[in-house]
Structure formats: C-alpha cells, structure tokens
Design a protein around this ligand. Structure first.
Ligand SMILES: [Zn+2]
Ligand SMILES: [Zn+2]
Length: 209
C-alpha cells in the first residue's frame, strides 16, 4: 500500500508529496518544495522515516525544501535526480532567473535513469524519463497504486512550460504521448502544481493533446 500526503508550498504553490509504505514506515519525499520543516514534521507525526528525496526535475521550486529536510534528519536522505538536470541543479534550479536565491541542499548522489526501479517498503516505483520541460525530467509511476507523480510534465488541462532554458515543446508532447498516455486511463496523475487528474481525463479533455 502506498500512502500519499500532498503539500502545496512556496511562492508558486508547488506540490510536494510525502509518500510511504505505512506498514513499514519507510517514506520518501518527492519534490520537497520550500518548507522542509513542514514535511519532516508531518513524517514524524506519522512515525514515518524519510529515507530518500526524489526529484522529478531540478527547478528551484521543486527542491527548495531539500536543505530543510536534510538538515532535520540524521543521516540526511540521499537526493536522486536524472543526470541531465544536474547542470540546472548547479544553477540553483534557475532561481536567479526569477531574482531569487535558494540553498539547493545536499548534492544529488543517486542518478535516476529511465526504467530504474525504486522501492519504498513493498511498493515499486518505476522511473520514466520525460524530457521537454527540462532535459532530465522524470516521472515516478507506481503501477499497483495506479498513480504517477508527474512533476511539471502535465497538469489538469495543461502541460508544462517549455520557454525556460532546456525546454522544448515537441520533446514535451512526445514525452506525454509515450510516457503518460501509455498508462491505463484510471491512473491518477499527481502534478507539480494544481489539482490531481487522471490519464483518461487528460486523454479526452486536455487541449494540448
Ligand atoms: Zn518546473
Ligand atoms: Zn514547477
């Protein structure tokens, strides 16, 4: 079983997800946006142990809470990111483009790759490379729980922006078609911003597809 707690944090209301196998208490944070302390407090309340930080991509709003999570845990959980987003990570996730500065937290030590399998207790999550919003964007798909954490690839009735450095519209559309629309219709899509949706809803209603 996969339990999911959603937070909308930071200046652009980025969704962070604290996920766990409640039977083992093993937890991970997907995209620790902004307030690491809020996320860690929630995990402590539930007696969950955060063992990993998994980033869908390296934009600053999706990792600004990494330092806050890591600082409150001993040992700090390793950060996982696709290697093609390491350059963006080193540029503070593009924060200076918006006149901001963040502490990006611990350097990623786990390099995510397409097809990689991640375990969270008894849950298996599959890494799918879905570039276009950023070159190293990935989604995390859990087939048994029928859910995909899709960052800024697709939103309810929308898609990720492609006008930031490293973005490419055609690549993003191809990623959505090959990595999202190939999932079963009932799959929940938990995006990096806004409400959740499903593959079936977006297949029928998304104006960009
Ligand atoms: Zn982004
Ligand atoms: Zn975002």
């Amino acid at each position: 079983m996969l339990e999911i707690v959603k937070f909308a944090l930071g200046p652009v209301m980025t969704n962070a997800y604290l996920i766990a196998d409640p039977q083992t208490g093993e937890a991970a944070v997907i995209d620790p946006a902004d307030d690491g302390d809020v996320i860690v407090a929630e995990a402590l309340k539930r007696a969950w142990r955060i063992g990993n930080i998994w980033l869908t991509h390296a934009h600053f709003d999706h990792m600004a809470g990494s330092a806050g999570v890591a600082d409150r845990l001993s040992p700090p959980p390793p950060v996982a990111l696709h290697a093609l987003d390491y350059p963006l990570w080193r540029l503070e996730g593009g924060a200076p483009l918006f006149g901001l500065h963040i502490d990006p937290g611990p350097e990623p030590t786990v390099s995510l790759e397409h097809g990689q399998q991640l375990y969270l207790g008894r849950n298996l999550l599959e890494v799918r490379h879905a570039p276009g919003h950023t070159p190293g964007h990935v989604i995390f798909y859990c087939a048994v729980a029928s859910v995909a954490f899709c960052g800024d690839v697709i939103f309810e009735m929308g898609i990720g922006r492609t006008d930031l450095p490293g973005g490419d519209y055609d690549t993003l559309i191809r990623s959505i078609k090959t990595q999202i629309m190939t999932l079963p219709d009932e799959t929940r899509l938990l995006s990096g911003h806004g409400p959740e949706t499903t593959v079936g809803l977006e297949r029928r209603m998304n104006p960009f597809l």
